[in-house]
Ligand binder design. Structure first.
Ligand code: 5GP
Length: 122
């Protein structure tokens, strides 16, 4: 399917500087900031600056430079946050079944406590 990007989503507004964020790291193609409703002591969102809706959209359509920058930034954030030792989790929700709230690709980086099993039964 083809993804349609909505430039009025909240992360697009953050990227345009229309609403504030607590930035953890910024590079040419990537922005990382603290989640406004943290679900763990460490809860950081990592977004590409380009208009991608989901991870598969990004992985399919982004340039090599964007993908490299995004991936390396995740590594740099893990190092900065010091989560390698105790462990951490990366989540990327997509679409209706994934219960994606904001339609701009983001990965959640969660850590700082035991995170339990991957999925709860619903
Ligand atoms: P999703 O359910 O789409 O994977 O996650 C969206 C995340 O964005 C949620 O964890 C939510 O707390 C976070 N969020 C929503 N609005 C804002 C905002 O304005 N600022 C920040 N920093 N995080 C937000």
């Amino acid at each position: 399917m083809a993804y349609t990007y909505d430039p009025e989503n909240i992360f697009a507004k953050i990227l345009r500087g229309e609403i504030p964020n607590r930035t953890v790291m910024e590079t040419e193609h990537t922005l990382a900031f603290e989640d406004i409703y943290p679900q763990a002591p460490i809860h950081v969102l990592v977004i590409p600056k380009g208009p991608y809706v989901t991870y598969d959209h990004f992985a399919s359509d982004a340039s090599d430079a964007e993908i490299l920058d995004y991936t390396r930034t995740v590594a740099a954030i893990c190092k900065k946050l010091g989560v390698e030792g105790d462990g951490w989790r990366m989540i990327s929700n997509a679409g209706q079944n994934g219960v994606q709230e904001v339609p701009h690709l983001h990965v959640h980086i969660l850590g700082g406590r035991g995170l339990g099993r991957m999925l709860a039964k619903v």
